[in-house]
Design a protein around this ligand. Structure first.
Ligand SMILES: C[S@@+](CC[C@H](N)C(=O)[O-])C[C@H]1O[C@@H](n2cnc3c(N)ncnc32)[C@H](O)[C@@H]1O
Length: 370
């Protein structure tokens, strides 16, 4: 199963990587980030749709799994009296925003620093019980505070160290994107680029990365990586879904970011955790920005889960030719979720004009029914 393979892949490759980079480096980055974040907040995506489907009402409790700069949380808390929000983010910069919001709404906003997979222990410390939350929101991907700060190493358009860790200086021992490029085998790099980047030229790129290593070519900055991929795919002119020029390294950057942050497995855990903590009829909102994220959500919706992991391939392509009993089919397709609208919801043209980062958003509102 691809999902299981990805879990294995992340464990396998990450276990091999060394501990690097000094605390001083992270302290410097933290200082620089805190200077920059105050001037550059993140514009929340599809906020009206979030309020329409989350339907916050007085006294309800929510978990914002991706607090960022708190754009969604702010609208939720302002939409009814006495709302309580557990504000989770793995990024210390986002956590500092949540702390600022907690000062403004004492007792109503509870900042939590950690990953989706760490939420159960964080909620336990807060004495939050399963089946007690009215709504969860996930707004996947990176915030503007991550993309727009060159030192974080997420953006192709900004030269900075190839870092890409959402946890930033919180987990200094976590491997960076540069560590991955330095230490992974050619086969692992090819798999990362193929599965997480959905890049057709994965073999060619993986080969070039290994050759660069043998030639002692530096691959420590976003610009160095972008140039290398560009040189490998030089005749490949690419456009995005709106027909605009897309850099040939976009998919490689996406692949590394997903791998470094174990993003798809985190989404899988996150949805399982939301299911555990939501009340019956509690609402789950997901906003995804590429097909891999959306696929994990869809597999949960359709009940296509084995051993607590979302199956990446759809059911009709699994076990082709095998005949299942009625009970097995019911078991496999039973889902605790139901969609609250018929088709996936996309941002309006006006929102895309005002906030181009919303252009690839896909919105789903789901209710827990069992
Ligand atoms: C698109 S931003 C959210 C923006 C936010 N909704 C707002 O309105 O400002 C996504 C955020 O999710 C966080 N994030 C991504 N994966 C996470 C995970 N596994 N656990 C916790 N936070 C995560 C990122 O650090 C980032 O701050």
């Amino acid at each position: 199963m691809l999902q299981n393979m990805m879990i294995e892949m992340n464990q396998l490759v990450l276990n091999k990587l060394p501990l690097k980079l000094s605390v001083r480096y992270f302290t410097q980055v933290a200082e620089k980030l805190s200077e920059k974040v105050s001037t550059r907040p993140h514009t929340p995506v599809m906020v009206n749709e979030v309020i329409k489907y989350l339907k916050p009402s007085a006294g309800e409790t929510f978990v914002d799994m991706t607090f960022g700069a708190g754009g969604h949380s702010t609208r939720i808390i302002e939409s009814a009296p006495n709302i309580k929000i557990y504000a989770l983010d793995r990024d210390p910069v986002a956590y500092s925003y949540a702390q600022a919001m907690a000062e403004k709404y004492p007792g109503q906003v509870i900042p939590l620093l950690g990953r989706f997979s760490e939420l159960p222990s964080l909620l336990k410390e807060q004495r939050v019980l399963p089946n007690s939350i009215d709504g969860f929101i996930f707004d996947f991907g990176c915030s503007s505070m991550q993309f727009d700060v060159a030192e974080r190493g997420f953006a192709l358009s900004k030269d900075g160290p190839l870092d890409m860790r959402m946890d930033g200086f919180r987990c200094p021992d976590e491997p960076t994107a540069a560590d991955v490029l330095e230490r992974c085998t050619e086969q692992d790099l090819a798999r990362i680029i193929k599965y997480y980047g959905e890049e057709r030229q994965y073999k060619k790129i993986a080969r070039a990365l290994i050759e660069a290593r043998y030639m002692f070519q530096s691959l420590k900055t976003t610009r160095e990586l972008a140039r290398l991929v560009e040189s490998v795919l030089d005749k490949d002119f690419r456009t995005d879904r709106l027909g605009r020029f897309a850099h040939s390294a976009t998919k490689v950057f996406q692949a590394l970011r997903i791998f470094v942050n174990n993003e798809l497995n985190e989404i899988n855990y996150g949805i399982l955790i939301a299911e555990k903590y939501l009340k019956i009829n509690g609402r789950l909102i997901t906003i995804s920005f590429h097909s891999l994220e959306d696929t994990v959500v869809k597999r949960h919706l359709s009940g296509n889960i084995t051993d607590n992991a979302a199956n990446i391939s759809s059911m009709r392509f699994q076990n082709y030719g095998k005949i299942f009993s009625h009970g097995q089919v019911v078991d496999m397709t039973e889902s605790p979720w139901t969609m609250l609208h018929k088709h996936v919801i996309l941002p309006s043209d006006e929102e895309i004009d005002e906030n181009p980062r919303s252009r690839s958003a896909k919105f789903r509102a789901i209710a827990k029914v069992k």
